[in-house]
Write a protein that binds this ligand. Structure first.
Ligand SMILES: N#Cc1c(-c2ccc3ccn(Cc4cccnc4)c3c2)n[nH]c1N
Length: 242
């Protein structure tokens, strides 16, 4: 997979070169290119923003700079791409979306700043390619770069060969619609807190049942919306007895 990120703060994307993602790039599983939007400005001030039509606070990112940048970035690789634009007004980014993005040959991220990118940029490219305006949560950030770090990590970990243990991605939170339950490791007792005995029993059936029960309890308590969204056949008799 190739990932391109266009931003006025390339340094914000440095973490993409670290750890798991850095290894994925090093082994050729992932090809990441970060581009400075100001490279496509032509004025001495390298201006990328202007006052909003209709008035209002803050500034809006100008369409012509974005158009020149995205035209060049898209033309640099023949693979079909999906343009992803983080915004507080976007559709929620979910684990399902991460799986869908992991199947893409190429993702191009447009990182806005200020009050966002002139809407005509999204409208223009949506006429010729898939474009998603996404949000990583119901809170307001200062720009799109942090959202890109979140999305790229959530997607990259799903790519074959990136995670050391492929079962991790298959069994993590949300894979079965539920939150993961609690996890424990040595020592057996830590500051008077003991590991639940069932986990040390060696009884794999009882362990699986206990883990499922804890996941259901945690999900019902913290994310009842996920319980409500489960398909009718998702809960078996033992689940319902909880
Ligand atoms: N994904 C995502 C986001 C963002 C986000 C993403 C891109 C941009 C570009 C500019 N801003 C600042 C801004 C713009 C408009 C109004 N208010 C603030 C951004 C915020 N905030 N919260 C999220 N979950």
């Amino acid at each position: 997979m190739r990932i391109d990120v266009v931003t006025i703060f390339p340094g914000y994307l440095a973490p993409l070169r670290e750890a798991l993602l850095g290894r994925a790039v090093g082994t050729g599983l992932l090809d990441i290119a970060v581009h400075d939007l100001r490279d496509w400005t032509h004025d001495v001030h390298q201006a990328v923003d202007d006052a909003p039509y209709g008035g209002g606070p803050g500034m809006v990112m100008r369409p012509h700079v974005w158009g020149e940048a995205l035209d060049d970035v898209l033309a640099a690789d023949p693979r079909p791409a999906r343009l992803v634009v983080p915004t507080p007004a976007g559709r929620p980014f979910t684990q399902a979306a991460a799986h869908a993005y992991a199947a893409q040959e190429r993702l191009v991220f447009a990182c806005g700043r200020y009050e966002g990118i002139d809407q005509r940029v999204v409208d223009h490219y949506a006429a010729s390619m898939p474009v998603d305006e996404i949000s990583i949560g119901d809170y307001v950030l200062v720009g799109g770069e942090v959202a890109v770090l979140v999305v790229v990590e959530a997607v990259a970990r799903l790519l074959p060969g990136v995670l050391g243990n492929p079962r991790s991605a298959a069994e993590d939170s949300f894979s079965d619609g539920l939150l993961e339950g609690p996890a424990y490791t040595r020592p057996e007792v830590w500051r008077g807190h003991a590991v639940p005995e069932v986990l040390r029993s060696g009884n794999h059936g009882a362990i699986a049942r206990w883990r499922r029960d804890r996941a259901l309890e945690r999900t019902a308590e913290r994310r009842p919306d996920l319980i409500a969204a489960l398909p009718p056949d998702a809960l078996d008799e033992a689940d319902r007895a909880l």
